[in-house]
Design a protein around this ligand. Structure first.
Ligand SMILES: [Zn+2]
Length: 573
């Protein structure tokens, strides 16, 4: 009997400890703190230990060697991509702490996973959804922990830092993939091929009443059917549910003119260097959640919880429609890669606060002081875009041997298929030739970007060595391929400065050689006319620039100067 009493007491104690363990750190701290990395991993492992349908694993290691955690919730233990896709359920990828200073999504979904254990109505969401959850993507940045990392933000008491251990913003790294964290993410994403993606953040910016804002790519960079579904089915339903909850939502917007409220609200097409812009390239809808930084931490976390719960319910109901979209991209011979906002607008009610414009004695500039008096502002909302750059998509790209290993790395990360040529081949291809190139004067994300240029297409017959890469655009991820390679795509490797070496002139003529050569060349009427035109356009050209102009018109000029080495092959249809 004594033994029985002891065992019963021991059992009750254990249950209590288990229950205590499954109180999140966020709850224990009275909703004011977010757990550190070790504590987060411990909690994830506890969830997996105590629950048969939750699995803990990792997607790879960071630069500082930390595991990047992944939790999978799947009622029939569909813990592999193959089993998950066979199940017929939606695969929903949710990530938090790509910006660790904004940990709301981490605490919201840890709470949600804990609730899956105890609340049957939530567990029902797993009948149609498998959830992949990365609680901390930027694990190293997360451990640069301080109360002083987010000056505008109302809690938690301490939080991680925006960038990774190499000072890279991971949410600008989705195409160029310079960080290990995003390299792992890309492999993971293309292996699992999720149907829906959610990325959790916290805003900066103005004060307004909405605790949660959102963005979805509905402005022209996805297939029409996906855009329609996101706009007219998913978002309409999401608004209906959230606007009657304690957490009304609005689009994630900025002021048309910086700091000028009355100039109106504008949205944007997200470039694929950011997460939801990247998932758009494969038609995977990406919901960006931006909780509002001035709301208290509890409101933000619970608001994030609510929008994700509601999203999962909608996705459950929309299973059939949703699963047709992701990784099923319509091929086109022309692809819009850049967009610009038009002047079309609609008037909307925007729930803000009354504010006063103050003038600073210190800076002589103006600044905004928000009150806590709610006010509905009638403002123009600009959200209509037109394409400003359309690419003629070739049948093949050809990458010369010299750039093959560089591109193989990228093609493998982005799941792009290619073949290596097994013999030298002479191929006629189209190449881009640049002029008036302007490079950025400051570094951006470890790169010196190409800001402006003029470009023309030239045709050339080139000997491509054995081991060059032939890349067909007739493949599912061709939109990623185009965005990687095409210089005019906003996040291309070219735009990020990976080809700046082609703008460097390596040989020069001396004045005593070029002066007589120039005089001789001017005997040619065509050259003479071109020169007059050059002088007309460049009246202040120095004598060196003038002579160098002749050098670059001579037979000594480098034919590959300012020419992009990747060729485009258009075959007859
Ligand atoms: Zn963020």
């Amino acid at each position: 009997m004594k033994q029985f009493v002891f065992l019963a007491t021991w059992f009750l104690l254990c249950t209590k400890i288990i229950a205590q363990n499954l109180v999140t750190y966020f709850e224990q701290s009275q909703y004011k703190r977010t757990p550190r990395y070790d504590s987060t991993i411990w909690f994830c492992k506890q969830l997996a230990q105590k629950c048969h349908f939750i699995h803990y694993t990792t997607i790879g290691k960071s630069h500082e060697g930390r595991d990047i955690p992944l939790l999978i919730a799947a009622t029939r233990k569909e813990f592999t991509p193959l089993k998950a896709h066979k199940s017929g359920k939606n695969i929903v990828l949710i990530q938090a702490c790509i910006h660790p200073g904004e940990p709301d999504g981490k605490d919201a979904i840890l709470l949600f996973f804990r609730d899956l254990l105890t609340k049957p109505h939530l567990k029902e969401l797993l009948n149609n959804n498998i959830i992949l959850f990365i609680p901390i993507l930027n694990v190293d940045g997360h451990e640069r922990f301080s109360p002083f990392n987010r000056i505008n933000q109302n809690g938690p008491i301490e939080m991680g830092w925006r960038t990774n251990a190499r000072n890279l913003n991971l949410n600008r790294d989705y195409i160029k993939a310079q960080s290990l964290e995003i390299q792992h993410w890309l492999k993971f994403f293309h292996l699992w091929k999720p149907h829906f993606f959610i990325d959790c953040h916290t805003t900066d910016g103005a004060d307004y009443q909405y605790p949660i804002t959102y963005a979805l790519e509905v402005y022209g960079n996805m297939d029409k059917e996906v855009t329609y579904w996101q706009k007219n089915i998913f978002l309409q339903e999401l608004h209906k549910r959230m606007d009657t909850s304690a957490y009304p939502i609005f689009r994630y917007v900025s002021f048309r003119n910086w700091y000028d409220f009355e100039s109106g609200l504008s949205t944007w097409v997200t470039p694929p260097s950011l997460s939801q812009g990247y998932t758009a390239l494969v038609n995977c809808p990406g919901l960006l959640i931006e909780s509002h930084m001035l709301k208290d931490y509890k409101t933000r976390v619970l608001g994030t919880y609510e929008i994700i719960k509601q999203s999962l319910q909608i996705l459950s109901n929309e299973k059939e429609a949703l699963q047709k979209f992701a990784f099923n991209v319509t091929h086109s011979d022309s692809l819009h890669v850049a967009f610009s906002l038009t002047n079309d607008s609609t008037m909307v009610d925007f729930k803000g606060f009354e504010y006063a414009i103050r003038y600073s004695n210190l800076t002589k500039g103006k600044w905004f002081e928000y009150s806590n008096i709610p006010k509905v502002h009638k403002l123009p909302l600009f959200e209509t875009f037109i394409p400003t750059k359309t690419i003629n998509v070739p049948q093949f790209y050809i990458v010369p041997k010299a750039w093959a290993s560089f591109f193989k790395h990228y093609f493998d990360l982005h799941d792009i298929k290619y073949i290596e040529t097994d013999e030298e081949q002479e191929i006629t291809a189209k190449f881009y030739s640049f002029s008036n190139v302007k490079l950025a004067s400051t570094s951006y994300e470890n790169c010196q970007r190409v800001l402006n240029f003029q470009v023309q297409t030239i045709s050339r017959k080139v000997k491509f060595q054995k081991g060059s890469l032939l890349v067909s655009t007739n493949q599912p991820n061709y939109r990623i391929l185009v965005h990687l390679i095409e210089p005019e795509a906003p996040a291309s490797l070219f735009t990020f400065g990976f080809f700046n070496c082609i703008f460097e002139q390596k040989e020069y003529g001396e004045t005593y050689v070029l002066e007589p050569l120039a005089q001789k060349m001017l005997e040619d009427e065509t050259i003479k006319k071109q020169f007059e035109d050059y002088i007309h356009k460049n009246p202040n050209a120095t004598s060196y620039e003038i002579l160098n102009w002749f050098y670059n018109k001579s037979k000594y000029a480098d034919e590959w100067l300012n020419v992009y080495p990747i060729g485009k092959i258009f075959t007859e249809k």
